[in-house]
Design a protein around this ligand. Structure first.
Ligand code: TPP
Ligand code: MG
Length: 1010
């Protein structure tokens, strides 16, 4: 049977660049036969059948189009490539209002409320017929009692739909009343020993606060937070005692994103557990000048405490977005059968103020869409942020409820503590719920700052019925009416419901008091967030309130308290963690290294491309294609693309390895006949993120830390439009470094003059500088395929074989040109060190210069060298600068050593070694701004001239842009001549003549001003 070229889209006469099979070879269905390359991408053509290749009709270099015969296959098995089958049942129909498939519908698997005692109905002043209202409510109550909440929901949906059909414009609300979601009678009770747990919690509170106060006694510069953990202690305590499972040999562990500035609480617990010493507590926030490992980092930083913290969360918003993508990546690994399905959970703690960060809520839609029931957000709504109330005039819990329900999450509100239950039950007027609903957060904050008498007057006093309801309570009783976030029973019940919930992510909205227990100087007041010193009276109050067994003297000495090892508290604490699989937080790794078995896969990139013109992006895609052929390593590759696969010529991956989609593909793609058809698959490999750089970066972090979070080494390649990389998501890139992420960031279409038509907001002249600011990010700006291949091969070895905690930023270009073979004299290690001699243009000329070029501008430099040699008789050495930042890092390190060792023989920097004995001024040109090049200036001994693309980009052709920014061959020539004339090697007239000849306007303003 004939094998034909399938539909390859709009391309005709495409060149065959590889033949991957031989005559006589037996192949499987889908094995790649040949690789085709257009001017934008290369794509493998797979076989539609299994069989033996009888004959091949084509050779490398042939040009083919759809339908051309590639060869013949015999011994067929008749299985054709499976087109995705569409099961009609799976097709999502556009949903009617409140239908099940709508994210706004009631959450699935909601608790069945059968026997709920109803709080009183809510009288409404605007009600024109309260009797009728009452009848409806009674009917509803009886439906709930008889047939359950689902039936009630069904009837309500029907009624609402009917109202729409009848033409009513119903106001939309996402809110439920301002009460707990789980009715008290349905709460699952904690099996824990409540007294012991309270004691433990109190000790943790004490040690956490004392740690901060002590540090600030040493030096007020050190800072720290007391109020945040004080408001969240119960939330962490219940999780640690009952829910969060550590990593064991058989279980990969739950993952907890702790709220960054609540870190003192985790240290205080670890102290009781015996994992953190008193000395360490005393060294909170003092890490720099003491033995590594004895200081405690201010916030969760895996870089600083690599065996302890897993997730850097303190920059607000990063925890939420990265945890969502980590939860998704966990499902990705499970669905691809790379890790076992163990019903692991990802818990993320957020502040309510933090929810104003776009990153916090920006990806919650994805969590719902992907049915991430492994994800639980806990938002500690203490109603305050740093300066004041989060929503003084509104209610943050209600606002967040609406947002999350609207996005399709399961929402559990934990507003009121158990002391409120009898009051809610006793109130038959509905006024209590009404009052709860109508009070705004600014008022709630004041209630807790001003005491029980104030609450009686201002809250209950508004309605005589409510005042009566609490008439037998003392002011102190009223003051004790607790909030849900401080009630371990309520918190336990919500956590229990959350871990059992299926099909949706859950958010738990807890109400708490900022600075809980800090007394008059902290509790619920606006300045509490920055309170890091407590006066002695506050410390006494704290001790008494939480029954800490310390004498006045010990309190004055700010002593920590850890009960005897054999005490019930310590035993209980340890036993709980043992039962749950070990201590948390804890960071470890048991991943197996990845090794490229066959290094020859990089060899073809070392060869000349002949007459073929290609971009470094294409070279990269070809390298990835080859890695995909290594059966062992291929599954570990994670291509991450934010909707630019076609721009980068990567659409071939769609068919080849599929796009990850947890529901598979429920539709026949519009381009299903084509080779690069859009194929979604439950075990797909590509993460096609859509237009979210922050999301894609979060996926990069998730994949690049899989070695620790999932004990499996994965190789992310996140490819993006370079301008929308660091510039857009720098803080996430910084967090990637802190997280010790391993992987490749590829800044495609990079350079300010390489991307021609797109203009100011697209042309990147600074991404490389940003990359160089991250200490463990290694960046390169390669020009040729052999450089790209060398860097990637080394990167895989360093990160995934040797397990170095680094990541790469590599620029890739979309400019097509011919690629030479790796020059014989070039050592790969020099490419990696940041510079190597590309070529000498020597004819015993008048003078010699050193020309530096990088990225696409190296080609201009080479052209300039030819002109200098041929037209001006100037010799030059042309250097390919693959990484200014590597040269800089080496230079700074060596210079520092030399400065500190004045009596020793100075060491040589790498650039000094390269330029040894090579004279003449250096003219360095790049597609990046001058300061990118200037970073190596302190380590350069020759006179040094830099040409870069400073200024705003604009649309035009590459040629015009390079002329505009003065980085083309003519500018390089003129600048070289000018440098030589300054050194009196040539006459200034030569320079002036060249300026005229090349029509360069010396009076044109500096481009930065244009
Ligand atoms: C991106 C970012 N901006 C600002 C800060 C500084 N900051 C630390 S805590 C805080 C207030 C936090 O309020 P909230 O989220 O409500 O947390 P709470 O302490 O009340 O639990 C601020 C502004 C930060 N850590 N990250
Ligand atoms: Mg807050």
């Amino acid at each position: 049977m004939e094998i034909k070229v399938p539909d390859i889209g709009d391309f005709k006469n495409v060149e065959i660049i590889e033949i991957l099979v031989k005559e006589g070879q037996t192949i499987e269905k889908n094995d790649p036969l040949i690789t085709l390359e257009s001017d934008k991408s290369s794509v493998e053509v797979p076989s539609s059948f299994a069989g033996t290749i009888k004959k091949l009709n084509v050779k490398i270099g042939d040009k083919v189009s759809q339908g051309d015969v590639i060869g013949e296959l015999s011994n067929l098995s008749q299985t054709e490539i499976q087109k995705p089958k569409i099961d009609k049942k799976d097709v999502v129909l556009s949903s009617a209002v409140m239908s099940k498939s709508n994210g706004n519908a009631a959450p699935r698997n909601r608790i069945q409320i059968k026997q709920k005692e109803f709080y009183g109905t809510n009288p409404d002043i605007g009600d024109i017929d309260p009797e009728e209202t009452d009848e409806w409510i009674k009917s509803l109550n009886s439906v709930v009692k008889r047939d359950g909440a689902d039936r009630a929901h069904f009837l309500l949906s029907k009624l609402i739909n009917q109202a729409y059909v009848a033409g009513s414009n119903l106001p939309f609300t996402q809110n439920t009343p301002y009460i707990n979601t789980i009715p008290s009678e349905l709460e699952v009770k904690s099996p824990g020993d409540q007294n012991l747990e309270r004691n433990i919690r109190s000790l943790i509170r004490w040690n956490a606060a004392t740690m901060v106060v002590r540090a600030n006694k040493i030096s007020p510069e050190l800072g720290g937070h007391i109020a945040t953990f004080a408001s969240a202690a119960t939330l962490y305590d219940v999780g640690c005692n009952h829910f969060w499972r550590g990593k064991t040999k058989d279980f990969l562990g739950d993952m907890i994103y702790f709220q960054g500035h609540a870190a003192p609480g985790m240290y205080a617990r670890s102290f009781l557990e015996g994992r953190i010493s008193k000395e360490q507590l005393e060294n909170f926030r003092q890490e720099a000048n003491i033995r590594r490992g004895t200081g405690l980092s201010s916030y969760p930083h895996p870089w600083l405490m690599p065996d302890y913290w897993q997730f850097p969360t303190v920059s607000m918003g990063l925890g939420p977005i990265t945890s969502i993508y980590n939860a998704r990546f966990t499902k990705y690994l499970e669905n691809r059968n790379l890790i076992p399905k163990q019903n692991r959970k990802i818990w993320t703690f957020l502040g309510d103020g933090e929810c104003d960060e776009p990153e916090s809520l920006g990806a919650i839609g994805l969590a719902a869409r992907e049915n991430l029931d492994n994800l639980i957000f806990v938002i500690n709504c203490n109603l305050q942020r740093l300066d004041g109330p989060v929503r003084g005039n509104g209610k943050i819990i209600q606002e967040l409820e609406g947002t999350f329900r609207g996005a399709g999450w399961n929402v559990l509100k934990v507003i009121w503590g158990s002391y409120w239950d009898p009051l809610l039950k006793a109130d038959k007027t509905g006024l209590l719920m009404k009052r709860m609903d109508e009070c705004v957060d600014g008022e709630y904050q004041a209630f807790k700052a001003k005491g029980g008498k104030y609450v009686r007057e201002k809250f209950f006093g508004k309605y005589p019925e409510l005042a009566k309801l609490v008439s037998n309570l003392t002011d102190e009783d009223i003051w004790k009416l607790n909030r849900g976030g401080h009630d371990p029973h309520k918190v336990y019940a919500a956590y229990d419901a959350a871990v059992k919930h299926k099909g949706q992510p859950t958010v738990i909205l807890t109400k708490s008091i900022k600075g809980y227990g800090m007394g008059k100087s902290g509790e619920s007041i606006n300045t509490t967030h920055q309170q890091k010193k407590l006066g002695i009276d506050d410390m006494y109050y704290f001790r008494d309130r939480f029954d800490i067994p310390l004498t006045d003297k010990q309190v004055e000495n700010l002593e920590f308290y850890r009960p005897n090892e054999k005490s019930d508290e310590i035993q209980y604490l340890k036993e709980r963690r043992k039962a749950l699989g070990g201590y948390i937080p804890s960071r470890s790794t048991n991943s197996k290294q990845i090794k490229i078995k066959d290094p020859s896969i990089f060899e073809s990139s070392m060869k000349s491309s002949g007459d073929r013109e290609l971009s470094t992006t294409m070279a990269l895609v070809a390298i990835l294609g080859k890695i995909f052929r290594d059966k062992e390593i291929a599954p570990k590759l994670v291509p991450i693309i934010p909707d630019e696969a076609r721009t980068f010529g990567m659409e071939g991956f769609f068919q080849k390895v599929g796009i990850y989609a947890h529901e598979g593909q429920k539709y026949q793609p519009v381009d299903s006949e084509q080779l690069s058809s859009y194929r979604e698959d439950q075990s797909g490999q590509v993460l096609e993120e859509g237009i979210t750089e922050a999301g894609a970066m979060s996926s990069f972090i998730a994949a690049g830390t899989a070695y620790t979070n999932h004990d499996i080494e994965m190789m992310p390649f996140y490819i993006f439009y370079s301008m929308f990389g660091f510039q857009r998501v720098m803080d996430l890139a910084w967090a990637a470094g802190d997280s010790q992420t391993r992987g490749f960031l590829i800044g495609a279409t990079s350079g300010r003059t390489t991307l021609a038509g797109e203009g100011l907001q697209h042309q990147d002249g600074q991404g490389l500088i940003m990359a160089s600011m991250i200490p463990n990010c290694i960046s390169y700006d390669p020009t040729y395929a052999y450089e790209m291949a060398t860097i990637i091969e080394d990167g895989i070895k360093r990160m995934h074989t040797n397990k170095e905690n680094i990541f790469y930023y590599i620029t890739a270009l979309n400019e097509n040109y011919k690629h030479p073979e790796i020059p014989k004299h070039v050592k790969k290690e020099d490419i990696l060190k940041g510079m190597y001699l590309f070529k000498e243009f020597r004819k015993k000329g008048k003078a010699t210069v050193q020309l530096f070029g990088s990225g696409s501008i190296l080609n201009e430099t080479i052209k300039a060298a030819k002109i200098l040699s041929e037209d001006f008789g100037i010799d030059s050495d042309v250097w390919s600068i693959t990484s200014y930042s590597e040269i800089q890092r080496n230079g700074a390190e060596i210079l520092r050593w030399n400065q500190l060792h004045p009596d020793k023989k100075p060491k040589k920097t790498y650039i000094q070694k390269c330029l040894k004995g090579r004279s003449g001024p250096i003219i360095a040109a790049s597609d990046y701004i001058r300061s990118h090049i200037d970073q190596i200036r302190p380590y350069v001994e020759n006179s040094f001239y830099t040409l870069g693309t400073d200024g705003y980009g604009r649309s035009d052709t590459r040629k015009e842009l390079r002329k505009f920014f003065e980085v083309n061959k003519k500018s390089i020539v003129v600048n070289t001549l000018s440098a030589l004339s300054k050194e009196q090697k040539i006459a200034s007239k030569v320079v002036n003549d060249a300026i005229k000849k090349y029509k360069i306007d010396p009076e044109k303003p500096y481009p930065i001003k244009l």
